[in-house]
Design a protein around this ligand. Structure first.
Ligand code: PMP
Ligand code: GLN
Length: 379
């Protein structure tokens, strides 16, 4: 066959997790919690299964779950969302993002992508015959240069994808960033895809700036969320997308012939769970403690932390003590000291190597302590 993704190999997350297993390393690479998820949610799903909620549910998502999502975003972001026409529950956020791209892209369209970027975006764009237009985030702040964005917009620009809190850097967009974006896309046909899977992982007293807080932006956006991050169950692959009715009706045409519907008992359990906001409202606090603990432990090593105010990830620079290539260093640390991380260059199309490794701190304290102790042996 003629490959639709000739340049693509196996995702780095799988590669590093396999290498970690092979070398019995502590896996701070792929982003997933190693602590137990909320038991109440498991019980809710169990109950849903036992009470017979095991067949296909509504194509757009269980009505009660959509209603509760609408209430949640209303309370958090003051957004008025119609659960019948504007929310679709999906098998994960990655699926929602892919479906959003597939909904809007025609061959030859351009999509603005900021790098470093989560690894699925660019293959999603290419598989749809469109062209990623890359804008590097400024280093080391990882801020967006909005003047550069204005320069890169052409008549072919169909979409801009943003991600805050950001993977891999842990940076968050500010109110000013969202206003800049809004003024740039105003009076254009550009669609915004906003990946907000880490909405409940924002630290240092900052607020998550959801696109849903900005009515003008919301009118042209697909906003994608993940229950996997919110309830520490990444293996469940449950998420949802919110968009204005016109965009969502087209999104649903793609969704109905792809997944068709999403796991019924999981949706029923999540709907029960959303009755109470405590779990997601306390998440930032507990995860900030983990980030802070990693920062403290790593002071015993020469790794230099870069700014992080959200997500599962803390990036570290090692440029002042080694000029080793980041991928080589990540592999060597996995093999020799038993700590797996992700080299930041994999999030750049041109493999920009700023001598940065990404560490996932969504781990038990004991896991973080053992990883830091192993790294310390090197110095
Ligand atoms: N976007 C980003 C930025 C992520 O880090 C992740 C986590 N893998 C996802 C999307 C995917 O979420 P899900 O597992 O719900 O597909
Ligand atoms: N989002 C996770 C990460 O960045 C991994 C998701 C995946 O393995 N596809 O590590």
């Amino acid at each position: 066959i003629h490959s639709k993704l000739p340049e693509v190999g196996t995702t780095i997350f799988t590669v590093m997790s396999q290498l970690a297993l092979q070398h019995n390393a502590i896996n701070l690479g792929q982003g997933f919690p190693d602590f137990n998820m909320n038991e109440r949610l498991i019980q809710h799903v169990h109950e849903a299964m036992l009470t017979g909620q095991n067949q296909y549910t509504h194509m757009n998502g269980l009505p009660l779950l959509r209603e509760r999502i609408a209430n949640k975003v209303n309370q958090l972001y003051n957004a008025t969302i119609n659960p019948d026409t504007q929310i679709t529950v999906t098998p994960g956020a990655t699926y929602a993002i892919y479906t959003a791209f597939t909904t809007i892209l025609q061959p030859g369209d351009e999509v603005i992508v900021f790098e470093p970027a989560y690894d699925s975006y660019i293959p999603n764009i290419i598989v749809n015959g469109a062209k990623p237009v890359i804008i590097p985030l400024q280093f080391p702040s990882y801020a967006i240069d909005w003047e550069e964005v204005k320069k890169k917009i052409t008549a072919k620009t169909k979409a801009i994808i943003i991600n805050s809190p950001h993977n891999p850097t842990g940076t968050v967009l500010s109110n000013n960033d969202l206003l800049q974006l809004q003024s740039i896309v105003n009076n254009t046909n550009i669609v915004v895809i906003s990946d907000e899977v880490y909405e409940h992982l924002v630290y240092d007293g900052l607020q998550h700036e959801s696109v849903l807080k900005y009515p003008e932006l919301m009118q042209r956006s697909f906003v994608c969320f993940s229950f996997g991050k919110t309830y520490s169950c990444t293996g469940w692959k449950m998420g949802y997308c919110i968009a204005p009715e016109g965009l969502m009706s087209e999104f649903r045409k793609i969704h109905q012939y792809n997944a068709f519907s999403t796991n019924t008992p999981m949706q029923a359990g999540l709907a029960m769970m959303l009755e109470d906001a405590t779990a997601y409202l306390s998440l930032s606090n507990s995860m900030q403690q983990k980030r802070d603990y990693l920062l403290l432990l790593m002071q015993a090593t020469p790794f230099e932390p870069l700014a992080c105010h959200g997500s599962f990830f803390q990036c570290y620079s090692y440029q002042h003590f080694s000029d080793e290539n980041d991928a080589e260093l990540a592999i060597r640390l996995t093999r020799e000291v038993g700590v797996a991380t992700i080299p930041a260059s994999v999030f750049y199309t041109n493999h920009t190597d700023n001598k940065v490794l990404r560490f996932c701190f969504a781990k038990k304290e004991a896991t973080l302590a053992e990883a830091a102790a192993r790294l310390k042996q090197l110095f």
